[in-house]
Design a protein around this ligand. Structure first.
Ligand code: SF4
Length: 309
């Protein structure tokens, strides 16, 4: 997932037209460099159920493990969005900005009804801004039943829906669930299988397959591809070329599938979380990419006819 240079506005004022507990957020000057998580589950009632009932409810999607939620503008999809960060992720990205979301057990139990109630409160905001909801993480597809319920509930409210995913667990997304997804933010972390393994500890192929499946759907969702640019790790010309060629191939399958590519420059903003969790952070000496490097990589995508930011 991607993270951000997103800050609450210093005056912390509430803009007109937003609910009382909404916060005004500065619009980042560029796409966020790697996914950040929200501040917590404030405003959501945490469910108190015993372990057996909890497992049953999670299997059925009535209960989810939620890290946090927040209201954002200009990230995670169009308009103002309520982004929910679900706990649990099967990847171990070296640059992960949310290492505190990786274990599902560390999330807070929140019912689908509770989250949908929160979402419903912002319907007017979504309508006014062309926004909606985004399910992120962690990895949203670690909790497919919960995600499916939230997406269905949002569509019943007429709300635009997005999921932010690595695609690694794409097989867990049912066709019925995908019917309720308007936009997929697909993180393609590398085009080279070996580099992907180095970055994430997992295989690349499931992500590629998921993207192809999305493109093969006649009424499939719009896709934004995200690529985190890490000097010395993912910046190799051939690696970038592989991501760009793959992304362009999705548009050959279904023209207009990928409407946007976001090249997200690596930065060190997630480092403190690794330290706080007592986990080894291996990119401590890695510098953010230079302006020239970012431009070169964006140009590689543009050379494939892709709208790139
Ligand atoms: S480890 Fe998971 S949450 Fe962290 S960046 Fe990778 S996919 Fe995102």
């Amino acid at each position: 997932m991607a993270s951000a240079m997103l800050r609450r506005h210093p005056c912390n004022a509430v803009p007109s037209g937003l609910p009382d507990d909404a916060v005004r957020l500065e619009v980042p000057l560029q796409a966020p460099a790697h996914r950040r998580s929200g501040a917590g589950v404030d405003g959501l009632e945490v469910s108190d159920v015993d372990r057996h009932e909890r497992l049953t409810a999670m299997r059925e999607g009535r209960l989810g493990s939620v890290h946090s939620w927040e209201l954002v503008t200009a990230v995670d999809g169009p308009g103002t969005r309520l982004t929910t960060f679900l706990s649990g992720c099967p990847l171990q990205c070296l640059y992960c900005h949310n290492p505190d979301t990786l274990a599902m057990k560390d999330g807070q139990p929140v019912t689908s009804d509770e989250l949908l109630g929160r979402i419903a409160r912002y319907t007017a905001v979504f309508r006014a801004t062309g926004g909606g909801i985004t399910l992120s993480g962690g990895e949203v597809l670690m909790q497919p039943a919960f995600a499916a319920r939230i997406l269905r509930g949002a569509k019943e409210l007429g709300i635009h829906t997005a999921i932010d995913t690595s695609g690694y667990l794409g097989a867990a997304a049912s066709d019925t669930m995908l019917d309720d997804v308007d936009l997929v933010l697909l993180d393609v972390k590398s085009g080279d299988p070996q580099t992907y393994r180095e970055v994430t500890g997992r295989e690349l192929e499931p992500t590629l397959q998921f993207g192809r499946r999305l493109a093969a759907r006649a009424d499939g969702p719009e896709v934004w591809v995200r690529f985190v640019l890490v000097p010395g790790l993912t910046d190799d010309v051939d690696n970038v070329e592989a991501v760009a060629a793959y992304t362009a191939s999705l548009n050959e399958t279904r023209p207009g599938t990928v409407t946007r590519v976001e090249v997200l420059p690596f930065h060190q903003m997630g480092r403190d979380k690794w330290d706080a969790l007592g986990r080894e952070y291996r990119l401590g000496d890695t510098e953010p990419p230079s302006v020239e490097l970012v431009a070169r990589v964006r140009d590689q995508f543009r050379a494939h006819g892709l709208q790139t930011y």
